[in-house]
Design a binder for this molecule. Structure first.
Ligand SMILES: [Zn+2]
Length: 468
């Protein structure tokens, strides 16, 4: 087959670069989608060229950041990667990444494939990639109109996992019952989780998604809740219980939006980790990345160095300097993710200036009712000013008002550039910092606007590597 893929690669690349030159959309996945049309097993054919094979990362929340962390660790271990960094994580994006690394004569520029995969594409991409390891980190309710029920995804994942059998090592989050259950009959599985009652929260948040046992339907009993439905749980009916994690985070110190510290404990080591990304959700991302890389044979020192050196993925806790002001970009896309951002911001000691941007385009989900499941109440007492923007700016302002933000502190400005100006000009005090909370397409628009103003590299420079 590899003798026939050459011309198809050339055709797909040519169309991709023509589309880019013409300024057409379609993003980084266009050449890959075309290649799959020409050769349905293009991913399998090209992935087989990787001498160290591939690994796959999927989750509702945090997969881009987790993959960036794993890349940071693996690069320190001297492994060259073929990695879909741009977050193009459906089959077309994976194929595009492989396509741009492919070389003549059946060669490929890289040893190991590192692919984040959209949760609804896992069962289509995994049989092609034949990954040696899969990190499955969490399942939260995302936009319902886009994806349907959580349990449906869990069933599809279970089938994908079963189909791989012993060929794939599983790296699973012990604290997410839907995920942990995937390891029930697995031959090769390792678990990671948080082991620190001090960072548990008092009660289930609005957005907790998976309260019922996947095996028998009874409600779980939680001894500890760390984040959404992640925690230490037992099913009182059938006895399903949280597996003991072999890779864990202990003695966690959350340092607001600056980052966190924790002790990473493995069967062999216990090491201090300084993580420059904020929030318990990033501790989970770091644990997943660490567990995956240890499974691949990385040394503990590479894990610690890699996590210390990781930089924020596109729009995830990215910080942009605008003159003497700082703008933090904190993507919110579903209630569980939003709650973690809220929890992190609530740790800041100063009053907060917010630019909250809610869009209801396809990639955001047309149904924005999820904002009512996010715990903005926690944030309300800390808000000094909030400018609400986006296609659903008014509804977001209403949500914040109901959460307890005084009307005098709220402004609605649907137009994003005008909203950015309003939010920046309202900053006062010693720490002139603005926190932007955009949904997915709002984050892209905000970044484009920042690019136009010269504060960040433009969208295409940043997001799409030049075709080689
Ligand atoms: Zn049960």
């Amino acid at each position: 087959m590899s003798t026939t893929i050459g011309p198809k690669i050339l055709a797909a690349r040519t169309v991709g670069s023509l589309a880019r030159r013409a300024g057409r959309g379609g993003g980084t996945s266009l050449p890959g989608r075309l290649l799959i049309k020409l050769e349905p097993h293009a991913i399998a054919i090209l992935a087989r060229r990787l001498s160290m094979g591939s690994v796959l990362i999927s989750a509702t929340n945090g997969k881009t950041t987790t993959a960036a962390m794993a890349a940071s660790i693996l690069e320190r271990a001297g492994i060259s990667l073929v990695h879909n960094r741009a977050g193009a994580n459906m089959a077309g994006g994976v194929a595009s990444t492989l396509l741009s690394a492919a070389r003549r004569g059946g060669q490929i520029d890289g040893q190991l494939g590192l692919f984040e995969v959209d949760e609804f594409w896992l069962d289509r991409v995994a049989p092609e990639l034949e990954p040696r390891a899969m990190l499955l980190a969490n399942l939260f309710r995302d936009q319902l109109d886009r994806y349907g029920e959580l349990e449906t995804i869990a069933d599809r994942w279970a089938a994908a996992v079963a189909a791989r059998g012993e060929a794939t090592a599983l790296v699973l989050n012990a604290d997410d019952p839907l995920i942990a259950d995937l390891g029930r009959d697995a031959a090769r599985v390792s678990y990671f989780g948080v082991e620190d009652p001090a960072v548990a929260i008092a009660q289930m948040q609005h957005a907790s998604d998976s309260k019922h046992c996947r095996r028998c339907g009874a409600a779980y009993r939680y001894d500890l809740i760390y984040l959404g439905h992640l925690g230490v749980y037992t099913c009182p009916s059938c006895g399903q219980t949280r597996p003991q994690p072999t890779i864990s985070a202990q003695k966690i110190t959350l340092q607001g939006t600056r980052g966190s510290r924790f002790t990473l404990t493995t069967p062999e080591h216990s090491i201090e980790i300084e993580l420059p990304l904020p929030g318990l959700y990033n501790v989970y991302n770091a644990l997943g990345a660490a567990a995956l890389c240890l499974e691949l044979g990385a040394g503990i020192e590479h894990v610690a160095d890699g996590l210390r050196g990781v930089t924020a993925a596109f729009g995830r806790a990215e910080i942009v300097t605008i003159g003497d002001r700082l703008l933090s970009l904190l993507l919110i896309k579903n209630p569980a993710g939003a709650n973690e951002i809220i929890r992190t911001l609530a740790l800041e000691d100063a009053e907060l200036d917010l630019l909250a941007v809610l869009n209801d385009r396809t990639a955001d989900g047309h149904d924005v009712s999820w904002i009512w499941d996010a715990d903005f109440e926690l944030l309300a007492p800390r808000v000094r000013s909030a400018v609400c923007s986006g296609t659903r700016a008014a509804e977001l302002a209403l949500r914040l008002k109901y959460a307890g933000v005084e009307a005098s502190r709220l402004r609605v400005q649907a137009d994003l550039p005008a909203a950015l100006d309003a939010a920046l000009s309202g900053l006062e005090g010693e720490r002139r910092q603005l926190y932007a909370l955009p949904t997915y397409t709002a984050m892209l628009e905000l970044r484009e606007e920042l690019g136009r103003r010269g504060h960040v590299k433009s969208f295409w420079q940043d997001r799409s590597p030049a075709p080689r």
